[in-house]
Write a protein that binds this ligand. Structure first.
Ligand SMILES: Cc1ncc(COP(=O)(O)O)c(C=O)c1O
Length: 396
């Protein structure tokens, strides 16, 4: 009998869809994938060069388990410069991607049976990561009319005496919505009052459109900062998903526990990737603006096309690179004489019949949704949306 905890974890549905689409492609099938959770750009040249130099200069040995002093200092500078937050290297833990940072954070704060409030729709990994740390994920229902952003009445319904933490994700995956400063103040005050940790996942922080101001909940006061574990990384903003560098900033006590856990689980994150992340954070930032411009154009196009399609509705994303679409009206209709039962079925049939990969809403806790990523070329986006539109028009 294998471990109950391991058996209870479901594999990431986004990675499943992505690998299915890649497998079909490798067999020569003309698949358009809207499944990608990563920028389609190459890592900028100066970052790649820093990694090559790191190898040649001998940065190939173990580093301190929670990351090099130099990278931690660069992270502190970034948090000061962009978020108005003052941290010291003792507050920082560098890990193998933001996902690993989240895993360390839950491991550091949860005791068996502690509950973690996770607003719906959520990024697929939060509930599973909570479970892996013996916690209980509590899905907090949000409302479309509030742009799927969690409110105090929503939290009140989900709160119990065992509530230990709230997960916030802004800009959010899959909705692309951003919490305003005022909204964060209200939520932050509630967490302070109830002594709840805030795990704020800010991995899409640099992917914000229309000049919308970005606020980190940790910047709203010293007491809130102490209660917050801020998660970020270089994966999405610098097109560095494969390098696996994420980080957490927290109170020194939480950071110490996270670092101790990591020191036994994985030791340091890759030494060369740490040097690359240092170049990303300290180097020129123009590359971000170029990628953002391309994403902004695709976002506009995809959102407008979806608005014009039968049975679909979506909120305009404010950040990240996803459109989360409500497909409730398409469900229950028939395609090729067979009923489209739910969002899993919708995604499977779309892939089978039109060779378009999307991520069904089930994994995000939202069975009437689907997520489309626009981290793909305009040509692919146009072609994929044409196929989606055809599929919808064939529904009866
Ligand atoms: C909301 C969110 N947090 C964290 C991550 C993981 O980031 P990383 O690749 O740095 O582990 C992702 C990746 O899809 C994400 O969407």
């Amino acid at each position: 009998m294998l471990a109950k905890k391991g058996l209870a974890v479901s594999p990431s549905p986004t990675l499943v869809i992505d690998s299915k689409a890649k497998e079909l492609k490798s067999r020569g099938v003309d698949v358009i994938s809207f499944g990608a959770g990563e920028p389609d750009f190459d890592t900028p040249a100066h970052i790649r060069e820093a990694a090559i130099a790191a190898i040649n200069e001998g940065h190939t040995r173990y580093t301190p388990a929670s990351g090099t002093r130099e990278l931690k200092e660069a992270i502190c500078r970034k948090l000061e410069r962009e978020n108005g937050l003052h941290y010291t290297p003792a507050d920082i833990v560098v890990s193998n991607g933001a996902k690993h940072s989240l895993s360390n954070a839950f491991a550091a704060i949860l005791n068996p049976g502690d509950e973690v409030m996770v607003p719906v729709p959520y990024w697929v990994s939060y509930p599973e990561l909570v479970k892996l740390s013996d916690g209980i994920p509590v899905a907090v229902e949000t409302r479309e009319k509030n742009a799927f952003k969690v409110t105090i009445p929503d939290l009140k319904k989900a709160w119990s005496t065992r509530t230990k933490a709230l997960v916030l994700n802004s800009p959010g995956n899959p909705t692309g919505q951003i919490y305003t400063r005022e909204e964060l103040e209200v939520l932050g005050y509630y967490c302070l009052e109830h002594d709840i940790f805030i795990i704020t996942d800010e991995i899409y922080e640099r992917l914000v459109y229309d000049g919308i101001p970005y606020t980190s909940v940790a910047s709203l006061g010293q007491d809130l900062k102490e209660l917050t574990v801020l998660i970020n990384g270089v994966s999405k903003s610098y097109a560095m998903t494969g390098w696996r560098i994420g980080y957490a900033a927290a109170s020194p006590e939480i950071a110490r526990v996270m670092g101790a856990i990591q020191s036994h689980a994985t030791s340091n994150p890759n030494s060369i990737a740490q040097m690359a992340a240092l170049a990303a954070l300290d180097g020129p930032q123009e590359c971000l603006a170029e990628m953002l411009l391309a994403f902004a154009e695709r976002r506009k196009y995809m959102y407008q096309r979806i608005q014009g399609m039968p049975f679909l509705r979506a909120l305009q994303p404010q950040g990240a690179f996803y459109v989360f679409v409500n497909i409730a009206e398409a469900l229950g209709k028939t395609h090729g004489g067979k009923v489209v039962a739910d969002s899993d079925d919708f995604a499977a049939r779309l892939l089978e019949e039109k060779k378009v990969a999307v991520v069904p809403g089930t994994g995000f806790g939202s069975p009437h949704g689907m997520r489309l990523s626009y981290a793909s070329s305009m040509e692919n986006i146009e072609k994929g949306l044409d196929r989606l539109e055809l599929f919808l028009k064939e529904l009866q």
